[in-house]
Ligand binder design. Structure first.
Ligand SMILES: Cc1ncc(COP(=O)(O)O)c(C=O)c1O
Length: 376
């Protein structure tokens, strides 16, 4: 079993060390909203802090609210009993994999993809089957690629919008993927953590096409509450007993405080839509400016808050490249090797979940740095 480190963490550590030395640093290395929890969520937390004994707790109102969210957003019915509250998407992924699969099972996923998919699969002694998804398929899974897997894997992890690219799988393709999986007996885990963050229209849920999918979501991204450690897994009814047994042994409950806050956050649409306006502005700024830095080949950033750019004309070592960029300019970014061990040495990822002035500042700093390299 080989679990690789998340190299952006090393970049972030260096960024914080530079900051401690008095350097000005712009954090574009993690997909982490800089906005903090919505005010109503913080107010709800303040309110319960003195009044609630904070025991083990699963908030029935929060589960009901999440089910309402599925009904209103996607027109699908999920029962509150199917919702397992977790400390974010990360344990939800462990829970989904360990509920549905066994050691040795083959789990397919897109490459590039979120670093933890392959590493969590491996940590659970399963086999990661990476599907090479290049620019010609918008760096995303297709039904055709899933149909071509031989032998059929036991499971498939779908992520739309995806990390590191932000690309969204269109509804008809997602439906076709669900159909191929059903026909081939492939169980689906859909990571919908970036739902709500789309610049090209609605993002369909896998539950619209596959009611038996395991669906992961989290308050870390759209709801801007990464440090509150709250998320959930929607479990298909036939696997509920197994999932409950695992939760009771592995995780118990997420913090009560976060559950109270999360419920309030789900009714904070105006402020959250304001964040999306900022991301949309940041995205346009980068799309306009990056080609002038020589970065012309980027994944279509349909959603999330990332730009995944090809830097193959500048380097074949994205980690060293990102480190040099950070040391020279104070702009922290993530190397593509985190997301794609095969081609990622020639890609980098910018997170634009920062303020617009920070994006403008980063572009000012990066201009001369990239110009020197392009002309070298
Ligand atoms: C695609 C994806 N899934 C899951 C996670 C983990 O998120 P959480 O903070 O909810 O554990 C991340 C974090 O960046 C992510 O990008």
């Amino acid at each position: 079993m080989t679990v690789q480190p998340f190299r952006a963490i090393a970049i972030s550590r260096l960024a914080h060390a530079m900051k401690a030395e008095g350097r000005s640093v712009i954090h574009m290395e993690f997909g982490q909203p800089s906005t903090g929890a919505p005010k109503a969520a913080i107010a709800a937390a303040h309110q319960v802090l003195d009044a609630d004994a904070m025991g083990y707790w699963e908030s029935a109102p929060l589960k009901a609210r999440i089910c309402r969210h599925y009904a209103e957003t996607y027109g699908v019915t999920v029962e509150p009993g199917q919702i397992t509250l977790t400390c974010g998407a990360s344990p939800a992924l462990v829970l989904a994999l360990s509920t549905r699969f066994r050691p040795g099972d083959r789990i397919a996923m897109a490459r590039p993809g979120y670093v933890a998919y392959r590493n969590t699969v491996r940590a659970l002694h399963m086999e990661a089957v990476e599907i090479d998804c290049g620019a010609e398929v918008r760096f995303q899974l297709t039904a055709e690629a899933v149909a071509a897997l031989e032998p059929a894997p036991a499971g498939l992890i779908v992520a739309s919008p995806a990390n590191p690219t932000g690309t969204i799988i269109a509804a008809d393709e997602l439906k076709a993927i669900a159909e191929v999986c059903r026909a081939r007996g492939i169980a689906v885990i859909s990571d919908e953590i970036y739902h709500g963050l789309s610049y090209v229209g609605p993002t369909p849920s896998m539950l619209e096409f596959e009611p038996d999918a395991f669906v992961i979501n989290s308050f870390s991204k759209y709801w801007s509450m990464a440090g509150w450690r709250l998320g959930w897994l929607a479990v298909p009814p036939e696997h509920l007993d197994t999932a409950r047994a695992l939760v009771g042994n592995l995780f118990l409950t997420p913090p009560s405080l976060s559950q109270h806050a999360g419920l309030a956050a789900m009714d904070s649409e105006a402020v959250l839509e304001g964040h999306i306006e900022t991301y949309a502005r940041n995205r346009l700024l980068l799309l306009d400016a990056l080609p002038r830095l020589g970065l012309r080949s980027i994944a279509p950033p349909d959603g999330a808050f990332y730009i995944y750019a090809d830097i193959g004309h500048l380097t074949d070592d994205s980690l060293t490249f990102c480190e040099a960029l950070l040391r020279d300019t104070g702009v922290a970014t993530a190397p593509g090797v985190d997301f794609d061990p095969v081609h990622g040495h020639r890609f980098m990822r910018f997170s634009f979940a920062v303020s617009t002035p920070e994006v403008e500042d980063a572009l000012r700093r990066m201009g001369p740095w990239f110009a020197a390299r392009v002309s070298a």
